[in-house]
Design a protein around this ligand. Structure first.
Ligand code: BV8
Length: 242
């Protein structure tokens, strides 16, 4: 039985399905990935652009970089891969998505039960008080908190920062209690997110990796679907519904 047929048979006998997604599922929407050859981290140093230290060293540049990424995301949309996942979701007792992506495209394409492990680029918070804010003093770049005057920062998880505890715990529980675990469009190098695939595997789930190339998590795969997620996921949905 080929891996595509295996993935369908896993789904046909599953009640609980969970997913870990990464930048690859949004690539066909035109959003750059991080570690592909034309990826974000091949042009800039993540330790300078996605850390607290980096923000404190060059707050204006980092704020403008996030503004530029927000604009790019506003000018694009979820792709067939996102929509196929949201349609698949309705056929299971429990279906959840733990995403490393900060673009909000799973929710925008109709998926429910989405855990944003690394935050969401469209939300902002006070750097000092760590509270989400929609209204702040925009006379400076970065803007400042009305209450305490600290910088405003994007509500994303930078390297060296803890993931939101409640969101991590939910993603962890879902990986431990599922029949099938999809790992879609992630290189599997960033922890603790990448560790969810191992947790799922060790808890008895069938792991299905969807990626256009090899990943660090391939040894966990019970089925490995090589190709573009925007093409594979609609085909999986179609074959599952037959
Ligand atoms: C943490 C958000 C606990 C912001 C990102 C030293 C100190 C502290 C921690 C560490 C340390 N050393 C290591 C760590 C752990 C560190 C880590 O894992 N580092 C790695 C690089 C070694 N992790 C952390 O710091 C995490 N926090 O550990 O806290 C702690 C706290 C304090 C002290 C100790 C411990 C926080 C990590 C979150 C970092 N935030 N970004 C922003 O985006 O601006 S990183 C970035 O990587 C994104 O979040 C991204 O989602 C994530 C994972 O990348 P991927 O999504 O996998 O994307 P990538 O480009 O890599 O791969 C894309 C894949 O898709 C490829 O496989 C490609 O083939 C495939 N693909 C492409 N197109 C398609 C496709 N597949 C299918 N179809 C397609 N069309």
């Amino acid at each position: 039985m080929d891996d595509f047929s295996k993935a369908i048979s896993f789904l046909k006998s599953a009640k609980r399905v969970s997913c870990l997604t990464g930048a690859g599922i949004s690539a066909e929407s035109g959003i750059q990935t991080f570690r592909d050859k034309d990826g974000v981290w091949n042009k800039i140093d993540p330790m300078k652009w996605a850390t607290v230290q980096g923000f404190l060293e060059q707050p204006r540049e980092i704020w403008l970089w996030y503004e530029q990424r927000r604009e790019q995301i506003r000018n694009t949309a979820p792709n067939p891969g996102h929509f196929a996942l949201s349609k698949l979701q309705t056929h299971f007792e429990h279906f959840s998505i733990a995403t490393q992506n900060i673009d909000g495209f799973h929710q925008l394409s109709g998926s429910k039960n989405v855990q944003e492990l690394h935050g969401n680029i469209m939300r902002n918070k006070c750097f000092d008080e760590n509270i989400l804010l929609e209204d702040f003093d925009c006379n400076t770049i970065p803007p400042k908190c009305h209450k305490c005057g600290a910088y405003i920062r994007p509500d994303v998880v930078w390297f060296g920062e803890m993931l939101p505890q409640d969101i991590w715990e939910q993603a962890y529980e879902d990986a431990r209690n599922c029949d099938v675990y999809f790992v879609i469009g992630t290189s599997g190098v960033v922890y603790p997110a990448a560790g969810l695939a191992t947790i799922a595997k060790r808890s008895g789930a069938k792991v299905v990796i969807i990626n256009k190339e090899a990943t660090e998590l391939d040894m966990r795969a019970d089925a490995h679907l090589i190709g573009l997620s925007g093409e594979i996921l609609p085909k999986l949905l179609e074959a599952f519904l037959i």
